[in-house]
Design a protein around this ligand. Structure first.
Ligand code: NAP
Length: 284
């Protein structure tokens, strides 16, 4: 049986296209969806991500406002900005680009952001709502993974999903989203003993670790669906490398996401979709 490639690039493009008429409908009502981005400090990767997200916004007609702030700025100034965006009817979504350099308090900024503007879905309020089964925007990477599974009509209910990684932005919300869809979920992490014993049980395996090619084909159940969220730079190799050893995993999996072109584009498309939804829902 040949493996099915879960093409996040094409799926994300389709999702982005589907947003354009919704943006046009908003514009006809005098509303231009707007994403405000707080970018603190001079981390080159953060600057690259923010540029990429701003370009993605433009591609579907979302206005993006990037506010760069020096790393030595005052916490109070950042909090005033969040307060301004919270109240500004023309700002529909706010993204606090991670990491905010220390000693600035990123957690305090996240706590200040209103859930209806948290299109990145990562504030404690949004996470708590997800846990409580209440409405919130969901963290973009796990939400994008669910959209990708749905796009390929991959059943989730009743499946054993194993999530490797328990970060606040990825592993934990991934596990909750799968649980909400009635999967039986196991969460693994750096203290898990005998990781392959768990990964071999997965009908759906989500690798969200940050360790290049940690999981090989011999650690995967034949016929499993493999989602590789990892993006790792490896010296001497071109491009990004996933958390899964693609060649060996593709020999045993029924479906797999490539790196790049799998989970990454879905994350950005989900951010755009959340911003449009925020404008539709909260801007009457
Ligand atoms: P993170 O905050 O560093 O979390 C990594 C998780 O993996 C932790 O829970 C850690 O366990 C666990 N872990 C580390 N080594 C392990 C091992 N040997 N066995 C089992 N579990 C292990 O990373 P993250 O932010 O979640 O990101 C994970 C990966 O996804 C990275 O490659 C990142 O670049 C990528 N990512 C991709 C996107 C995208 O859009 N595609 C978005 C976000 C992140 P402990 O909790 O015990 O430390």
């Amino acid at each position: 049986m040949s493996v099915q490639i879960l093409d996040g690039k094409t799926t994300a493009q389709q999702l982005r296209e589907s947003l354009k008429p919704r943006v046009t409908a908003l514009q006809e009502k005098g509303i231009t969806p707007c994403l405000a981005v707080l970018l603190v400090g001079d981390d080159p990767a953060s600057h690259t991500y923010v540029k990429m997200k701003a370009r993605a916004c433009e591609s579907v007609g979302i206005r993006s406002v990037v506010k760069p702030m020096p790393r030595n700025c005052a916490q109070a100034d950042l909090e005033s900005l969040i307060d301004f965006w919270n109240q500004d009817p023309k700002t529909h979504g706010v993204l606090i680009q991670h990491p905010v350099p220390q000693p600035l308090d990123e957690g305090a900024l996240l706590k200040r952001l209103l859930p209806e503007k948290d299109v990145d879905g990562i504030t404690p309020a949004s996470m708590g709502a997800l846990l409580a089964g209440e409405w919130a925007f969901h963290a973009c990477t796990p939400a994008g993974i669910i959209t990708l599974l749905d796009h390929y009509h991959i059943p989730i209910e009743g499946k054993h999903a194993v999530v490797v990684g328990r970060s606040v932005i990825l592993g934990k919300p991934m596990a909750l989203l799968l649980l909400n869809r009635n999967a039986t979920v196991t969460i693994c992490h750096s203290r898990t003993k005998n990781l392959p014993e768990f990964t071999r049980q997965a009908d759906i395996l989500v690798a969200a670790v940050g360790k290049p090619e940690l999981i090989h084909g011999d650690q995967i159940k034949p016929g499993a669906v493999v989602i590789d969220a990892g993006y790792n730079r490896v010296e001497g190799r071109q491009g990004d490398v996933g958390d899964v050893h693609y060649e060996s995993a593709a020999q045993v999996a029924s479906a797999i996401t490539p790196v790049p072109g799998g989970v990454g584009p879905m994350t950005v498309a989900t951010l755009l979709a959340n911003t449009v939804l925020a404008a539709e829902t909260f801007c009457k």
